[in-house]
Design a binder for this molecule. Structure first.
Ligand code: RAM
Length: 911
């Protein structure tokens, strides 16, 4: 059925494009932006059959690929000339330009494969061959590691202390052709070669389910090496591995000893090879400048202890000890799949404040995550202390109480004698403001740079409209994503938590994947979800599992395991995500089935509709409490549906039948237990109606009435939402689906609490954890849990892209091979515009209401097609680039199918 409707689209689009004015010149087209496993010419690939993708640049309209041809080789120059070809696909009749698996023989560790592609248009004409791209395999077996784990003898107490440092001089007697560094650590590492830092990533090796999956990184270090004497060195920090993690200063989650595993492989120009690896011949010390480091608490650096040239030849390491070889496993080591954490933006202070309490505070104007780089002058021994905070209190004083036990304190001891630059290495802070002590010179902007640090995902989405507060909301959503996508998707980046809460991640996933390319980020994290799944199928509430938070198998949290893979497939067309995660999805559904009674998941602790609206004095039942077991049953149904969807894609017909049978019974159980014969839900809340409708639980004939009840409920709260984490992401979608987009707009435009714009009005620059983190009188919510940088409620971004500007994937052709542009103007907006860089290329939808006309500009990437639904155009004369076009009336709207290209529609519009 999918195939047929897709074919229809393609044919329809060809028909429409043919009717459009076409350029007389022949269309030219070329595959470009080649990627392998979502990355550009990556190193360290560990997938047995890496998949290749490309985009197509074409002139004119309506380009569709009818076939492709991939060829590979081990010599780039020869391949470009069509020589020394290894595996080649031959001409494959297919429109697919994403995720084409390598079909050659088994790939070995370190193997480099170059590849090119050419594509054919509808008429069978071939493009030129693309530029050459490549990938390189990583170390695929534990036995590829000749390196030994090393640490410091007696580093076994797990108590905080100075950073261990390691160094190894080595000699290269011949000119080097190429060199790779493979490295990981227990704790965090920073590697140096000949005085230069290796790579640009921070907080390496990142955070994973360390016991089962510890990532290594691969660096091309060819340019760092020199003929003759060289030195490689590394510094370790405590990080997630053994520093403070989870509430109240718990340490040593994964172990007590910091350790390094490092292997450098050099290929000389004469073809011979040499490996320099960590072992007992390395020297170590703990007398370097990093005296303390901790993710939550910050870092202490004493510049007087800098050891000039410690990672260069000529340094005297006579006082250092020999490294201890540690008997640690290498069986858990995996290649990195997600993007590294990088310095992404640099912000300057916007204001210097002396608070009523007399403290010197610097305002960066943006709640952000990373650190402050400091450039100062002073005397040797001067200590500068920087504290970080998200907000000032209502009196304008520096407010840190909501950080709970996280100190967020960086201390720098100066060595004196000139300008000194400081930045921490093994920590990050969530802040907009810093409080500074100990600086002798007058404070000005030259001293401070706020460095925003996050996973290097690449921006894929932008959204703007005619309403400045909504634009600020979009900014806040994006900054919430930046701050909380620091290698794992965290709930918050500042207090003593910063954990991969599964509920938050699933709630925000769709929005996240509009804003940024989260392919690698979630490919990695979902593997940690599966790795940390308990043997009985339960999913810990935070991933990586920090072990000390009991896992209640909370509804809406554990369901991340089915929700993200299915949405990932919709957004990126990646079937392998479903293949890889399928067993884990199934285990979760089977786990709920096992613990359910009479087909009802109606026991156990649940977070429920976390942080829903509760009235201050609830004499009148105003708090929006949704029965937790109603929610649990709804998510049980939803996860089962996601599993069925995945089973269909993967062709597991046995499972399709089995779980379709199950879901029928689950829906019946829901109706029996939570719905009256008249379709009223036992919890009269927005979230209850939203979940029942969004997950298709209610019988068809009850849906419109239920949607009306939802609308009435919203009205009863004066057009305010009352939903928490679980209801919020679907609220406006459900309203739109049942014909109440006007009500959705009322919620979006609402400026008083609870609403999305209330925090914006209160000066928020990120999304808050709670709807009323700061109350109208300026006082704060409960200090025990009040983050000002929490992305969950930013889930409205999904609706803004999908409905305000109308960019939506078509489930029948996932990954935006076919999609919809169906903008729905409303809320008094006069224009809105969004761009989304899909894997095929940039999709744009920009509308404007002007002088009684609606103008809509659309971009459709090559090798895709789109159904455009023009709002309110049923009886209008529609022009495209000045010429009248035919559109088919659909209710009040009119639709037409188009192929790739840029289009400008215009018609009379009244609302
Ligand atoms: C708090 C945070 C987090 C949420 C959990 C249940 O720690 O608000 O976002 O997922 O509670």
């Amino acid at each position: 059925m999918h195939k047929r409707s897709y074919l229809f689209h393609v044919m329809a689009s060809a028909a429409f494009a043919a009717a459009l004015p076409c350029s007389v010149q022949a269309q030219s087209f070329l595959p470009e932006k080649l990627t392998t496993e979502y990355r550009t010419s990556p190193l360290g690939v560990a997938t047995a059959q890496p998949r290749m993708s490309w985009q197509i640049k074409s002139t004119g309209r309506d380009f569709m690929q009818s076939a492709y041809e991939v060829r590979t080789g081990s010599n780039a120059a020869a391949l470009a000339k069509g020589k020394e070809i290894g595996w080649q696909s031959g001409k494959v009749s297919s429109g697919e330009s994403l995720h084409i698996p390598y079909g050659g023989g088994a790939l070995s560790s370190r193997q480099r494969v170059f590849w090119q592609v050419r594509v054919y248009d509808r008429n069978g004409k071939a493009s030129p061959w693309s530029q050459v791209a490549s990938w390189e395999m990583g170390l695929l077996q534990p036995s590829d590691w000749s390196a030994q784990w090393i640490g410091r003898a007696n580093d076994t107490t797990g108590k905080p202390g100075p950073s261990p440092i390691f160094r190894k001089p080595f000699h290269l007697a011949k000119p080097v052709q190429s060199a790779r560094l493979f490295v990981t650590a227990h704790g965090l590492y920073e590697a140096h070669i000949n005085g230069k830092r290796v790579g640009e990533d921070h907080l390496t090796p990142g955070w994973t389910a360390y016991d089962k999956r510890l990532q290594y990184q691969v660096y091309d270090i060819t340019p760092l090496l020199q003929y003759g004497n060289n030195v490689i060195g590394a510094t370790l920090g405590d990080g997630w591995y053994r520093g403070n993690l989870v509430f109240l200063n718990q340490r040593n989650t994964y172990g007590k000893t910091a350790a390094l595993l490092l292997q450098m492989e050099v290929t000389y120009r004469d073809g011979s090879k040499e490996t320099i690896a960590s072992d007992g011949s390395w020297k170590t010390a703990d007398s370097g400048p990093v005296r303390y480091s901790d993710i939550y608490n910050g870092e202490t650096v004493d510049a007087r202890m800098e050891m000039n040239g410690w990672a260069s030849p000529g340094f005297n390491d006579a006082g250092w000890q020999s490294a201890a070889v540690l008997p640690l496993t290498k069986n858990n080591i995996v290649a990195q799949e997600g993007p590294g954490v990088r310095q992404k933006e640099r912000l300057k202070p916007i204001k210097f404040i002396t608070t009523p309490q007399g403290e010197a505070v610097v305002d960066f104007g943006q709640n952000m995550v990373g650190w402050v780089e400091l450039k100062v002058k002073g005397n040797a021994g001067d200590t500068i202390t920087i504290h970080h905070a998200e907000v000032l209190d209502k009196d304008g004083n520096f407010y840190t109480a909501n950080l709970r036990a996280a100190k967020q304190e960086n201390k720098y001891v100066l060595k004196g004698g000139g300008t000194e630059t400081f930045a921490p290495r093994f920590t990050f802070q969530g802040f907009r403001y810093i409080r500074v002590k100990g600086i002798r010179q007058p404070l000005d902007t030259s001293l401070f740079t706020g460095v925003a640090v996050y996973s290097d995902m690449g921006e894929t989405g932008s959204f703007t409209c005619s309403h400045p507060l909504i634009n600020q909301l979009q900014q806040n959503i994006q900054w919430g994503q930046k701050g909380n996508f620091v290698d794992v998707p965290t709930d918050c980046p500042q207090r003593d938590e910063r954990l991969g809460w599964t509920g938050d991640a699933q709630v925000f996933f769709n929005t996240a994947s509009y804003n940024m390319n989260v392919t690698g980020f979630f490919t990695k994290w979902m593997k940690d979800v599966a790795a940390d799944q308990r043997p009985n199928g339960d999913i810990p509430v935070v991933i990586p599992d920090v072990k000390s938070i009991p896992s209640p198998g909370s509804a809406g949290w554990g369901d991340v395991v089915t929700i993200i893979p299915w949405q990932f497939y919709q957004n990126y067309g990646d079937r392998r995500m479903l293949e890889v995660q399928y067993e884990s999805m199934k285990k979760w559904v089977d786990y709920i089935t096992k613990i359910s009674r009479n087909e009802l998941w109606n026991h156990g602790p649940h977070f429920g509709d976390w942080l829903f609206y509760s009235a201050p004095y609830d004499n009148d039942g105003r708090s929006a409490i949704t029965d937790k077991y109603l929610i649990a049953q709804a998510f049980y149904i939803h996860s089962t549906q996601n599993l069925i969807n995945a089973a269909k894609v993967l062709g597991n017909s046995g499972d399709v039948a089995k779980y379709e049978e199950l879901i029928k019974r689950l829906k019946n159980a829901f109706l029996r237990e939570y719905v009256t014969p008249n379709g009223r839900l036992v919890s009269s809340t927005q979230t209850a109606y939203v979940l029942a409708l969004n997950f298709d639980i209610l019988p068809e004939e009850q849906r419109a009435t239920a949607a009306q009840r939802l609308v009435d409920n919203i009205g009863a709260y004066g057009n305010h939402l009352t939903t928490g984490f679980l209801g919020t992401p679907y609220l406006c979608h459900v309203l739109t689906r049942f014909g109440h987009t006007d009500v959705a707009y009322k919620l979006l435009m609402q400026q008083s609490y609870p609403s999305w714009l209330y925090p914006v009005k209160m000066g928020a620059t990120t999304i808050w954890e709670r709807w009323d983190g700061i109350k109208p009188d300026g006082t704060f919510q409960d200090v025990g849990m009040n983050s000002f940088n929490h992305y969950a409620y930013g889930a409205i971004g999904d609706w803004m892209y999908k409905t305000v500007t109308g960019i939506q994937p078509d489930p029948a052709a996932p990954g935006y091979k076919q999609f919809r542009i169906q903008p729905r103007p409303g809320g008094g907006l006069t224009h809105a515009s969004a761009e989304f860089k899909s894997l095929y290329g940039t999709i744009a939808s920009k509308w404007k209401i002007d002088g009684g006309k609606l103008k809509l500009e659309v971009s459709v990437p090559a090798n895709t097609s789109a159904k455009i639904v023009l709002p309110g155009a049923a009886s209008a004369t529609v022009t495209e680039s000045g010429k009248v076009v035919q559109a088919t009336a659909e209710g009040n709207d009119a639709s037409l199918q188009v192929g790739s290209g840029n289009y400008a529609f215009e018609y009379s519009y009244s609302k």
